[in-house]
Design a protein around this ligand. Structure first.
Ligand code: G6P
Length: 434
């Protein structure tokens, strides 16, 4: 592998220019020679606008990277070195349904956590399997770096059902790292954090600074703002984190403060603000208007309104450490293989891993703290059932998955939500309509 061919599936995402900014800034260590954006015809306008904008960015940086877009996925994948997946089956319209339907039954409506993430997994996993089938044929040695949500559940499906080398990524761990450095008022490069848990259900249990574990010091500092734009911070969350002795992923608010989070979502509906998906559609609209402007040749500030901050940094760090065989530690989603003693070996976990040419090897963590062990195991059981439901299209497995989601509570609500989701997303769920 001399120079790199990078294929981005879901290239029409409004986040793509941020990824490319990372590619440009790291060209010296990561010589990308070809960048192909793959999308579906429904997303043509966005992927075309992105490609033109990105060509201007690359021209400004005076780099020799060939850029194009296509709908022909298999052809694009030929001889790829890295494949990044950031697709959204059904687009933001489908996400909006994922968020609205559970709210009808007084259940959290969120794109990755709760029934919203469940529905997204059912739509996404079969498409990811098709991508892997293509990869097995035309680029069997390429690395698949997956951002597509629910990232942890998708990782588990990939590890159980394909041979393709893959790693799941999320921007939350890197966001937590920067947040902790800010609390300690130190350079992020000077600390190392240990992450345990699952994707969007993770905790930092150790923070090292100059050889000492300073997590208690980090927990003493209260911060007003959260680390992702899509989840506003609940004041008391710092207090709970202190009691647990763990820095919390913002997504834990849905579990620890479920009532308050649900009330917020219901209030936004009453105030005609819609759900996050509805709000994001407006942000996206503005972003693409900007991207279309031929005088724009750098990433606009407006992109920071999206929740995926630092996703490019996480992706580039990972690809760089694989490509250059660095052997540093990064937080990614991989198969547990004993890293967390309380979870099955074949479960996907989000933990510190050593990253080199061989991929990601998780560090050994031992047992989870008792106060969160049950929650993590509970969510993992839901995730395992969700993977099985997405692969088999079996209604009963899907129902059991929803019943076992800790945010659903009620079997009748689970059934109602499932029936509504299956109906609303019929066209994207062929496995349930055999
Ligand atoms: C967070 C999550 C991502 C998610 C994003 C949504 O950053 O970690 O997994 O995709 O938020 O942001 P959005 O702007 O689409 O609501």
């Amino acid at each position: 592998m001399n120079t790199i061919k990078l294929v981005v599936i879901g290239g029409g995402s409004s986040y793509t220019p941020e990824l490319v900014e990372g590619v440009i800034n790291n060209y010296n260590t990561l010589p990308v020679r070809e960048l192909i954006f793959v999308d579906v015809p429904m997303g043509e306008e966005k992927v075309r606008i992105n490609t033109q904008f990105i060509k201007r960015m690359i021209h400004k940086a005076q780099l020799n990277i060939e850029v194009s877009y296509t709908f022909d996925r298999k052809n694009a994948l030929k001889d790829a070195d890295f494949v990044m997946t950031q697709l959204r089956v059904g687009g933001l319209k489908a996400r909006s349904k994922d968020e609205h339907i559970p709210l009808k039954y007084n259940v959290i409506g969120q794109e990755t956590t709760g029934p919203g993430g469940f529905a997204k997994a059912l739509r996404t996993i079969p498409v990811m399997m098709d991508i892997c089938k293509d990869m097995e044929e035309v680029c069997p040695d390429a690395w698949l770096i997956n951002f597509t949500n629910p990232s942890g559940i998708v990782t588990e499906a990939l590890n159980k059902y394909t041979k393709i080398k893959n790693i799941g990524l999320c921007n939350v761990p890197i966001g937590m790292h920067y947040d902790i450095a800010e609390r300690l008022e130190v350079d992020p490069k000077e600390i190392s954090c240990n992450v345990i848990g699952l994707n969007h259900l993770s905790f930092v249990n150790k923070v090292y600074y100059k050889g000492d574990n300073v997590i208690s010091k980090a927990l003493e500092v209260k911060k007003k703002d959260g680390i992702v734009q899509n989840i506003s911070k609940i004041d008391v969350s710092d207090f709970i984190a202190q009691k647990l002795g763990l820095v919390l992923s913002p997504y834990l608010q849905y579990f620890f403060f479920e009532k308050e989070m649900l009330e917020k979502e219901l209030q936004e509906l009453k105030d005609d603000k819609g759900t996050r998906a509805d709000q994001v559609q407006e942000v996206e609209h503005k972003l693409f208007e900007l991207y279309e402007d031929e005088s724009l040749d750098h990433k606009p500030e407006e992109l920071s309104k999206r929740g995926g901050a630092r996703y490019s940094e996480a992706a580039i760090n990972l690809i760089n450490s694989i490509y250059n065989n660095v052997g540093d530690i990064q937080v990614v989603n991989v198969m547990n293989n004993g890293s967390i003693a309380d979870l099955p070996d074949d479960a996907s976990v989000e933990v510190n891993c050593v990253i080199n040419k061989q991929g990601a090897t998780p560090v050994t963590n031992g047992h989870l703290p008792l106060a969160v062990k049950g929650l993590v195991q509970h969510v993992k059981a839901y995730e395992q059932l969700t993977v099985e439901a997405a692969i088999t299209g079996d209604y009963d497995t899907a129902l059991l998955a929803l019943i076992s989601n800790p945010l659903v509570h009620d079997a009748e609500a689970a059934k109602n939500i499932l029936d509504d989701l299956l109906e609303a997303h019929k066209e994207y769920l062929p496995q349930f309509n055999k």
